[in-house]
Design a protein around this ligand. Structure first.
Ligand SMILES: O=C(O)CCC(=O)C(=O)O
Length: 378
């Protein structure tokens, strides 16, 4: 497989389509019946006075009652070993049982989170011709985009995005980041620093919880200055027929781990749990963390990446910032030797992240097809 230099069809900006006032969506966005969201009722904006953290992984069933675990990281570096251990255990359980969790008291400034969301909203609210200056191609995906994958005739998602490299510093090229609003580059540089620092802490917790040295995963990713981190800012415009389409198709994240800043007011992210799709209720100022395919491989499937998708709605657009925390792209990723036993042999053969991500770059989001096909080959 080689990378592709151009989109197979003229690119349509979904935001422009939505703003044209159409009452029915073009057939390219209509999904087959079995893939349509069965429930497009958005979660009501969170009422901060009702904030409660629950750790009961199986509390309630059915729509509106189940949420991914919420973990308070306040005591992560506490002198009190009992409190610290409790945080580690909660993270371990969430990684094993859900592959998804929210964190609060994570150390990233709430002001910075708010500014990061605001600058991207400002970017997307500019005239189309300004955004088109950053139009991307499938060879690197960097810039302003409206589709993932290059399959001609594919069903498209109801979203636009901006994709940029943050780490390693050699790939960070601020001239490719939007010049407007004027504060965007500075805000995103600071935001990236905070989020990448948080990512390092989470990797450390996961390493300890897997019974590995605390810097195992960070080193497997290439070490502090060599890890990969890319930001995809997703913009999901209002949609006149949200029950026929998806903002983002089902997929697991191909990289290591994702740190997502969701929209505070509009829900949309759904996580697969068995045959159900659970709509995540965002907690104000929390990040949503999820395990990607590379941690599934490194942990020899002790932790699994989990399929997720995004639904849209007819009342409000939605912005989310997904920071993908990845291994350096040319390192071989394989199950940690410590987690390979006679009873549980290595489920995956070594592969670089560069090779791995080519699949999604060509095919777009495909559920868990890629990581599952690897396990069945070895
Ligand atoms: O917008 C969201 O809530 C999820 C985004 C996501 O899954 C992604 O960018 O890969």
């Amino acid at each position: 497989m080689t990378s592709c230099q151009a989109w197979p069809e003229p690119v349509v900006r979904v935001q422009a389509l939505a703003e044209s006032g159409l009452s029915s969506i073009p057939s390219r966005y209509i999904r087959p019946l079995s893939q349509r969201p069965s429930n497009t009722t958005s979660f009501t904006p969170h009422n901060p006075s009702q904030t409660h953290l629950h750790h009961d992984l199986d509390s309630g069933r059915g729509h509106g009652h189940v949420n991914i675990p919420v973990i308070d990281l306040k005591h992560l570096y506490s002198e009190d070993q009992v409190l610290r251990k409790k945080v580690l255990e909660e993270v371990a359980e969430a990684c094993r049982e859900w592959g998804f969790f929210q964190v609060v008291n994570h150390g990233v400034s709430h002001e910075l989170m708010k500014s990061a969301r605001e600058v991207w909203r400002e970017f997307f609210n500019q005239p189309l011709e300004v955004k088109e200056e950053y139009a991307n191609s499938p060879s690197t995906y960097e810039g302003y985009g409206s589709r993932l994958g290059v399959q001609k005739g594919a069903t498209l998602d109801w979203s636009d995005y901006f994709f940029l490299h943050y780490m390693p510093p050699s790939l960070r090229n601020q001239t490719k980041w939007p010049a407007f609003p004027p504060s965007l580059r500075k805000v995103i540089a600071e935001y990236g620093e905070g989020v990448v620092r948080l990512g390092g802490r989470i990797l450390q917790m996961m390493s300890i919880n897997l019974g590995l040295k605390e810097d195992f995963l960070l080193n497997a990713f290439g070490g502090e200055s060599e890890i990969g981190a890319c930001l995809r800012v997703n913009f999901y415009p209002k949609c006149p027929q949200p029950d026929l389409t998806l903002g983002l198709s089902p997929h697991s994240d191909p990289g290591g781990m994702t740190i997502l800043l969701p929209d505070d007011f509009v829900s949309g992210l759904q996580v697969r749990r068995g045959d159900e799709w659970i709509t995540v209720k965002p907690i104000p100022n929390a990040f949503i963390i999820n395990i990607g395919d590379q941690i599934q491989v490194l942990s020899n499937a002790t932790y699994k990446s989990v399929e997720h998708r995004v639904i849209v709605n007819s009342n409000q657009d939605r912005v989310s910032l997904a920071m993908f925390y990845n291994p350096r792209s040319d390192l071989l990723i394989e199950p940690a030797k410590e987690l390979v036993t006679k009873e549980k042999p290595a489920l995956y053969s070594p592969m670089t992240y560069d090779e791995y991500r080519l699949y999604i770059r060509l095919n777009g989001p495909c559920g868990k097809a890629q990581v599952e096909s690897l396990a069945s080959q070895s």
